[in-house]
Design a protein around this ligand. Structure first.
Ligand code: SF4
Ligand code: FE
Length: 483
């Protein structure tokens, strides 16, 4: 297993084609816009080597019997699913933000089971190929970017009906040695600091969309793979200083990119689905379920940090003992634990797929993610309420060293006599970071927008059974023998 340092160093060798703010970025590792996200992802390597977390953050590969990082593991048991959730909460508490490696983990898990199903039912050899790919991923402890979301163009039209055929990733050429693909994937968390990209179809495909039904892997530095790194709210603070970032080491959210596949060649050994439209729906559903499992875990870990910041600020401001503040802090903790409960529940309520892979309960996973999209903003609102307006109106950190106003800023930002005003400002900036627009939007749309989870709930619930339950109750005879 790689150490955190080895992971960071391994990125230096890759040199993918990355653009940010009009420039080609040669070295993401030493660039201030990228480094915090790299640090955050490196925690997924670090905790596998920490004595107190090793049992949770590592697993035994069912393919090689070797000890591997859990972010490359295929869950085989209910305990594996539960440990996945526990691991994400730990990493969420350490980083206070997204550590990015879970999308790739969930893409590996879902594609493993789907290729197994295809080989059994269609006599293909995708699964054997995928196992080889997975063994390499596990042994080299690679970070995989799981790429799902296509640009999608006009949402009322299917991939093959779009005015521009490239709005979903597609095969443009089939060769004896492989395929050529074109298109793009959006919002790719941690993509510029991954070793490889695992592309999955973003939605269920019909027969007319055959060229769009593809799953494949490519190294991040393959010719024609281009990354355009996205901007975030307040991102220039990353190169302006430290304090104003709020979370200077780990940043804010995942560092997302648009990935363009400009006629990228993919050898057959790296192609895991090509034209089997009938499997795309199940693949997408499985992936979505595994990723929705995560949100109650990583985000409750993040909220542990935010609750800590709100408590510290209340203490510094002399409001910690006020009953309404205690009530709000209690509500914040209750909502965070509710999110975590959902992540655990869908893991405990697991089943085993044909391939031997442990699968979360899709209904509970979607419910859990929907609760996260609802509760995370609720908790941030309470945090802002407790902290007060200074979180939004503080002077910049440069003013602290300004000979004319520095001492005034410290004097007037001091609250209780024994508090350090700079410490209070740091906590305020962290709260600003964690409750700002980029975090809110990520938490709503990551693992699918809330409407997608509502659809699963509406589709999965047995409405007739519920009606029958009510019907039975109203017609039951109080004096009849037990039925
Ligand atoms: Fe992992 Fe959470 Fe980030 Fe998704 S949002 S990649 S589950 S840390
Ligand atoms: Fe996410």
């Amino acid at each position: 297993m790689k150490t955190a340092d080895e992971y960071v160093e391994s990125l230096r060798q890759l040199n993918p084609e990355v653009y940010f703010m009009g420039e080609r970025i040669k070295n993401v590792v030493d660039h201030p816009a990228f480094r915090p996200h790299i640090n955050s992802a490196s925690v997924t390597y670090k905790i596998a080597h920490m004595a107190e977390h090793r049992d949770i953050a590592t697993a035994t590969s069912h393919l090689t019997g070797e000890r591997i990082n859990r972010w490359t593991h295929i869950p085989q048991t209910q305990e594996d699913l539960v440990n996945k959730v526990k691991m994400l909460r730990i990493a969420g508490q350490i980083t206070g933000t997204c550590f990015q490696r879970c999308v790739g983990m969930d893409a590996l898990i879902s594609l493993y089971s789907i290729t197994h199903d295809m080989d059994r039912e269609l006599n293909t050899s995708y699964h054997e190929r995928f196992r080889q790919f997975l063994i390499r991923t596990q042994q080299e402890d690679l970070m995989t970017d799981g790429a799902m979301t296509d640009p999608k163009g006009d949402r009322s039209k299917r991939p093959s009906e779009q005015h521009d055929p490239d709005l979903f990733v597609r095969v443009v050429e089939r060769r004896p040695d492989g395929i050529v693909v074109r298109g793009a994937k959006m919002h790719q968390t941690g993509a510029t600091n991954s070793h490889q990209i695992l592309v999955l179809p973003g939605q269920s495909m019909t027969e007319s969309d055959r060229d769009y039904a593809i799953a494949f892997a490519t190294p991040v530095n393959a010719p024609g793979v281009i990354f355009v790194f996205g901007r975030q709210v307040n991102d220039s603070r990353k190169w302006e200083g430290r304090l104003d970032q709020g979370n200077p080491r780990y940043g804010s959210v995942g560092g997302e990119s648009l990935i363009i596949f400009d006629n990228v060649f993919v050898p057959w050994e790296q192609v895991f689905l090509c034209g089997e439209t009938e499997y795309t729906g199940t693949l997408v559903d499985r992936f979505a379920s595994y990723h929705r499992q995560n949100y109650g875990a990583c985000k409750s870990g993040n909220l542990d940090v935010l609750i800590g910041a709100a408590t510290s600020v209340a203490d510094m401001q002399g409001t910690l003992k006020a009953s309404h503040v205690k009530d709000k802090l209690g509500e914040m903790a209750h909502l965070a634990e509710t999110m975590y409960s959902g992540a655990l529940a869908c893991s405990f309520h697991s089943s085993t797929l044909e391939s031997g892979v442990a699968f979360v309960d899709p209904l509970l996973a979607s419910t859990s993610k929907l609760n996260t999209a609802r509760y995370y903003p609720e908790v941030t609102k309470l945090a802002q309420d407790i902290a007060g307006g200074f979180v939004a109106t503080m002077p910049g950190e440069q003013e602290l060293d300004n000979p004319r106003v520095g001492h005034f800023v410290k004097k007037y930002y001091q609250t209780k006599a024994n508090t350090d005003p700079v410490e209070r400002m740091r906590m305020g900036r962290l709260m600003e970071n964690m409750t700002g627009a980029t975090s809110m939007i990520e938490c709503m749309h990551g693992a699918g927008s809330p409407q997608a989870q509502k659809v699963v709930v509406q589709r999965t619930i047995n409405w007739q059974q519920k009606r029958e339950l009510a019907h039975k109750i109203i017609h039951a005879d109080p004096f009849a023998d037990d039925e």
